[in-house]
Design a protein around this ligand. Structure first.
Ligand SMILES: *Cc1c(COP(=O)(O)O)cnc(C)c1O
Length: 392
């Protein structure tokens, strides 16, 4: 029995089988490369689903996290900590928001957004204006509220009853939006690029229409930037590509470089909605997570960092589009979906794994979410493996 297998056996005996896992046990990583327990090396084009934004164990990030562990690892939210204050200030100023609520995951950030939207409307208009429009094919998380918000039927099984008050509109269908945006609606929730739904970027005209209609009716726009935010698309927020700033933006995944953290950013209009006792999280804004987040923000806001992401994305796209098996490449920045001509995406991911490349899928596409710090040498290395698999 090799080392991977021992871990897998122990793991599967004790951990719930709620994931279809690949048969490897990762042991350690450095930069954009990691090794499994048998010493086999992999290039990482998945970033732990977009979380390890600076790659594995980035030195400055690790120093910041470890220093915080040795200083103050947790404090309840009944007290103030400087690290949370500092992170909140830099996050709000970088993203252009008035205030933030911290949780520990994307789903929690979205739960907060849903609560803020409903209370904003309740405070101003009273009961009955609670519907949140979400898009078909969206993904907003695995809690009951965020599952209810998620616009994919495959997620609406087993766990009945789901929450009321979510209505789905077809992405890019302005007429469908107009028809459903009635007087019961308090918010429209979107991903500028649907991640789990297949790396689909919304049309600019559709986004413009959402903002125009919502402004007219004092309906809030919630941008779920859990996957697209914090530099992933080459702008700090994907909304920047559209020239839009949502009333509420949620972040998680890459925000703290691989430490659990979720954030719900609010503009001035929404900042007073959550009053003492209306929302909370024991771990939210945990000092270790904030230290990780601050290290990520410091790197991402360095001169030239974000524009480099756009260049790398172009480089990847050009290479991929030269491959016969590739029908099209979707996404923004380092959030990339690849539509294949004949091959099955999951097969491609498994074969690439054998050859030492970690990839993801999104629906029928192969998905790439490389660390934002990926080098051209690493891109070449990984793309060569991918091309090899695609040409087989
Ligand atoms: C991953 C994801 C979530 C859920 O985040 P968790 O941290 O798994 O709860 C929500 N929305 C989007 C767009 C995501 O990509």
């Amino acid at each position: 029995m090799n080392c991977n297998e021992k871990t897998i056996e122990k793991f599967d005996k004790n951990v719930v089988h709620s994931y279809g896992r690949y048969p490897l046990a990762l042991q350690k990583g450095s930069g954009r490369r990691c090794v499994d327990e048998n010493g086999k090396e992999y290039i990482d084009f998945g970033s732990g689903i977009g979380t390890n934004s600076l790659g594995f164990c980035d030195e400055k990030w690790a120093d910041a996290v470890c220093a915080q562990v040795r200083t103050l690892q947790h404090s309840s939210n009944y007290y103030y900590t400087e690290i949370q204050a500092e992170f909140a200030e830099k996050l709000c100023s970088t993203a252009g928001y008035s205030s933030v609520f911290f949780g520990n995951s994307g789903a929690e950030a979205n739960e907060c957004a849903i609560k803020v939207a409903r209370k904003y409307s309740f405070d101003k208009y009273g009961k009955g204006r609670h519907t949140i429009i979400t898009l078909v094919n969206s993904f907003h998380g695995r809690t009951m509220a965020t599952l209810s918000a998620t616009g994919q039927d495959v997620f609406h099984n087993y766990f009945f009853p789901f929450l009321e008050g979510f209505v789905n509109v077809a992405a890019n269908d302005i007429n469908d939006l107009r028809a459903k945006l009635d007087d019961t609606v308090c918010a429209v929730m979107i991903e500028y690029v649907q991640g789990e739904g297949g790396v689909n970027t919304l049309d600019k005209g559709f986004v413009d229409e959402i903002y125009a209609l919502c402004a007219e009716k004092d309906v809030l726009v919630i941008a779920d930037e859990v996957q697209t935010g914090v530099g992933r698309t080459g702008e700090f927020l994907a909304g920047d590509h559209f020239g839009k700033k949502a009333d509420i933006t949620t972040l998680a995944k890459g925000i703290a470089g691989g430490v659990p953290m979720g954030a719900c950013l609010m503009n001035e209009k929404c900042s007073g909605v959550l009053t003492a006792g209306t929302h909370g999280s024991t771990f939210g804004g945990n000092p270790i997570a904030c230290a990780g987040g601050l290290a990520v923000l410091e790197r991402i806001t360095e001169e030239g960092f974000l524009s480099e992401i756009g260049k790398k994305a172009e480089y990847i796209k050009n290479k991929l589009e030269g491959c016969d098996e590739v029908v099209s490449v979707s996404g923004l920045g380092l959030m990339i979906g690849i539509t294949l001509r004949t091959k099955n995406a999951a097969d491609v991911v498994r074969k690439a794994l054998d050859k030492g490349l970690l990839l993801l899928t999104a629906k029928e596409k192969v998905r790439l979410l490389p660390p934002l710090t990926v080098s051209y040498e690493e891109l070449d290395c990984g793309l060569n493996i991918l091309m090899e698999v695609l040409k087989e």
